[in-house]
Ligand binder design. Structure first.
Ligand code: ZN
Length: 416
């Protein structure tokens, strides 16, 4: 059943149950006659609007369902029944000023109470209130169209600003930041970084209602092109670089090769040195003094210093979300601003600061909060499987042909 047929069927179902008069069925449902060119039906909300008297309005401040419907000669008993019967579908108390509504009445009788009151919840969804022998409501969605677009931009201050400059809302910036969360530190974004994004946008009546999916992006960061391709593997859609590696990165489970956990993350534990209960927002790994401490992921060193409690410690920013911190080192082996790779030695186990014996207190930061890394669910970092490589290559060339055909506008101007 195609979309249009479905509309007619839905329209018929609702007409059949909402009518309080013997309205004839819309002519669109009849078998088309070749000789007579039928006027295209004005279908909206699953109803043929040409068969009704249609009045449109906008909800005003302090306006309620009862006051609006009252203006259209709907009596209070009907409003009350409608409100009660539609509670499961839509609570009429949540109608908002500024939203559009439509009132549909029989086209042949003036001032007759309406058959339908339609409230547009947002650009996609609407609620149809039926007033007839029985009163009730149902929700519907406007038909949507998906278009593929490409946009390019240059970053001068932030990714959000760059998207704004080319007339794109923050949604695309957020999606892009999410894709590159593991590879680009958006706090250290460079002026002149640029991007090219191929994405699907959802439209209703030719107006954008949001981004459906990013199919491909090329983010040029500090002169390096970072490509990402959307590909569904094992039923999960993910982004991969041109060689088929996931853009997500896994962290090492621990900052030491061989170690044992001597104390877990806890909001409340008895501190061995302070002799009182204190939150322990890290995981202690005990190991002999001088054991190399490894960076658990790629990143940039943000702190490398000595402090009375932490002793010698190092903090690494991995991306816009995650940071890790390593305390009580006997010696530090990196300085602020160093780019470190996963597994690089950043210092050595010691007992400097507030520590009873040699260990690393490993602290894991997520969005500026210390969390228990052993309880965190990290995204998988699985590359394209051998058996999917051919399909991935096909996706890549398909995406490239789409960007080639769509890339006709100069940088900064969106095109459809
Ligand atoms: Zn600790």
């Amino acid at each position: 059943m195609n979309k249009i047929t479905l509309f007619f069927v839905l329209a018929l179902i609702h007409l059949a149950s909402c009518q309080n008069s013997q309205k004839t069925l819309p002519p669109v449902a009849q078998t088309p006659v070749d000789t007579v060119k039928a006027k295209p039906a004005n279908i909206r909300f699953g109803l043929d609007l040409d068969t009704y008297q249609v009045q449109q309005g906008e909800i005003q401040k302090n306006e309620f369902m009862a006051s609006i419907l009252g203006r259209y000669n709907v009596d209070y008993t009907t409003v009350d029944e409608l409100v009660r019967n539609s509670l499961d579908t839509f609570d009429v108390r949540s109608i908002r000023p500024g939203k559009k509504f439509w009132v549909l009445s029989d086209s042949d009788s003036a001032n007759a109470p309406p058959n339908f009151f339609i409230y547009e919840k947002d650009k996609l969804e609407y609620v149809v209130f039926c007033m007839g022998d029985s009163c009730y409501a149902y929700t519907g969605q406007h038909p949507t169209e998906v278009v593929t677009r490409t946009v390019s931009g240059v970053i001068n201050s932030s990714l959000y600003q760059a998207m704004d400059d080319i007339g794109m809302g923050p949604a695309l910036a957020l999606e892009l930041a999410e894709i590159y969360a593991w590879t680009v530190d958006f706090y250290r974004i460079q002026k002149g970084d640029h991007f090219n994004v191929l994405f699907e946008e959802q439209l209703v009546d030719g107006e954008s209602i949001g981004i459906k999916n990013i199919l491909y992006a090329d983010f040029n960061h500090s002169g390096e092109s970072l490509q990402s391709y959307f590909f569904v593997q094992d039923g999960i859609g993910d982004y991969f670089d041109e060689t088929g590696n996931s853009l997500k990165k896994a962290f090492l489970k621990a900052p030491l090769k061989f170690s044992r956990i001597s104390s877990h993350y806890s909001k409340k534990r008895f501190h061995p040195v302070l002799k009182r209960n204190k939150a322990h927002l890290g995981t202690d790994y005990a190991a002999p003094s001088g054991t190399p401490i490894l960076a658990v992921g790629d990143g940039v060193v943000s702190h490398s210093q000595y402090k009375s409690n932490n002793g010698n410690y190092v903090k690494i920013r991995h991306n816009s979300t995650y940071e890790t911190q390593y305390l009580h080192m006997s010696k530090r082996a990196c300085k602020v601003g160093d780019h470190v790779r996963q597994g690089d030695v950043i210092g050595y186990v010691g007992s400097t600061g507030l520590a009873t014996g040699p260990h690393v207190c490993f602290r894991f930061w997520k969005n500026g909060q210390q969390v228990d890394h052993l309880k965190e669910k990290f995204p998988p970092s699985i590359p394209i499987h051998e058996e999917n490589k051919a399909a991935f290559e096909t996706t890549k060339s398909h995406v490239r042909s789409m960007t080639d055909s769509l890339q006709v506008n100069p940088v900064g101007s969106p095109n459809i």
